[in-house]
Design a binder for this molecule. Structure first.
Ligand code: ATP
Length: 324
């Protein structure tokens, strides 16, 4: 997608970074959940924060939004340390479906209080989204369905027009139609009112057209940090006979191997250069691209605990994982 020219958002870090994190480490008691993370997020971009369950995404977002203190490292958000920093927090919006609201609050109360917290609040957009998501604004929040709670969070996140908006898996409980509407509205509104958006998601294929950059976390460590465009060159697949593959990809880092009978498909880190392509063609192998979802999944699977072994002599007719 095209990156809008930086415009209405002010106060970013020098060099156009709205978020800059260096050596971020976080422990809960004796458990280390983030390990020496470095990353930055450029102004007026949409970045995906990806990774498997428990990777550390929510923890990162909580630290960026000042809700959780870091253990070590340097965290700069909109130019300053976010923890207990009212000036920074006033310029960001962190939304998640599990947001707590006062007892007996209804969506209409949330919409009414929006402008108290967000100076760029757009009441017209909020009303439009209420219609789009068919949100019952007079029903107590504690009685809303999970999808309706997500809709409340999405409406707040979008109508806030905050210079930094963080969405933590904003779609939980939303049906496919509602998710599609969310992505469409987000993209349209972002093009009209550029701002910096960070979104964690497991539905990577669904949002890949929206994202410009992805940061992939695995067990608290950064495993990939790339523009979506460059991600196309981050890995490729080679498929064909197992012996030919072993020969052609020797010395390359294999992210993932799948086998079916004598056939094999491997995901290789890096780009397929001309020599490898030639060698693969000579050996009758097929080279293919790796989608973003597949790429993240390949990284997430590294060093995964071994799957249960099949009993000796059993058929291996399914497409199954083998060695890494
Ligand atoms: N308050 C806490 N006390 C102890 N451990 C915690 C706490 N909060 C998070 N953790 C642990 O930190 C790790 C990272 O959790 P986090 O919620 O950041 O992961 P996540 O990537 O957002 O996962 P998911 O995709 O499932 O939402 C997990 O192992 C989790 O159990």
């Amino acid at each position: 997608m095209t990156t809008p020219t930086p415009g209405s958002v002010s106060g970013a870090e020098s060099g156009n970074d709205v978020v800059r994190v260096t050596g971020l480490t976080k422990s809960f008691g004796r458990t280390r959940v983030l390990e020496d993370l470095d990353f930055s997020i450029e102004q007026n971009t949409i970045t995906g924060l990806l990774g498997r369950n428990g990777a550390g995404k929510t923890t990162i977002m909580s630290i960026l939004s000042g809700q959780e203190p870091k253990t070590r490292g340097d965290v700069r958000v909109l130019g300053a340390e976010p923890f207990e920093n009212a000036a920074v927090l006033a310029r960001m919006c962190f939304v998640r479906e599990s947001q707590k609201y006062p007892e007996d609050f209804k969506p209409r109360h949330v919409l009414k209080t929006g402008p108290w917290f967000f100076e760029n609040w757009d009441a017209g957009l909020a009303e439009e989204l209420v219609e789009v998501f068919r949100l019952p604004v007079k029903t107590p929040i504690k009685k809303l369905s999970r999808g309706q709670l997500s809709a409340v969070a999405i409406i707040v996140g979008m109508a806030s027009r905050a210079p930094l908006t963080i969405f933590d898996e904003p779609y939980l409980g939303l049906d496919a139609t509602a998710r599609g509407l969310f992505y469409d509205y987000l993209l349209r509104d972002f093009m009209e009112h550029p701002r910096t958006i960070l979104m964690s998601t497991h539905l990577i294929d669904e949002v890949s057209n929206l994202l410009e950059k992805v940061i992939v976390i695995d067990r608290g460590r950064k495993v990939l940090d790339t523009s979506v465009e460059d991600a196309r060159d981050a890995a490729f697949t080679v498929a064909g006979s197992a012996t030919a593959i072993d020969d052609v990809v020797a010395g390359r880092r294999i992210l993932r191997t799948q086998s079916l009978g004598g056939l094999r498909s491997v995901t290789i880190e890096g780009a397929a250069d001309a020599a490898l392509r030639r060698h693969a063609a000579e050996r009758g192998l097929e080279i293919g691209p790796v989608g973003l979802q597949e790429l993240v999944s390949a990284y997430g699977l590294l060093d995964e605990a071994p799957r249960p072994q099949r009993p000796a002599g059993s058929r291996t007719s399914d497409f199954e994982e083998v060695s890494r």
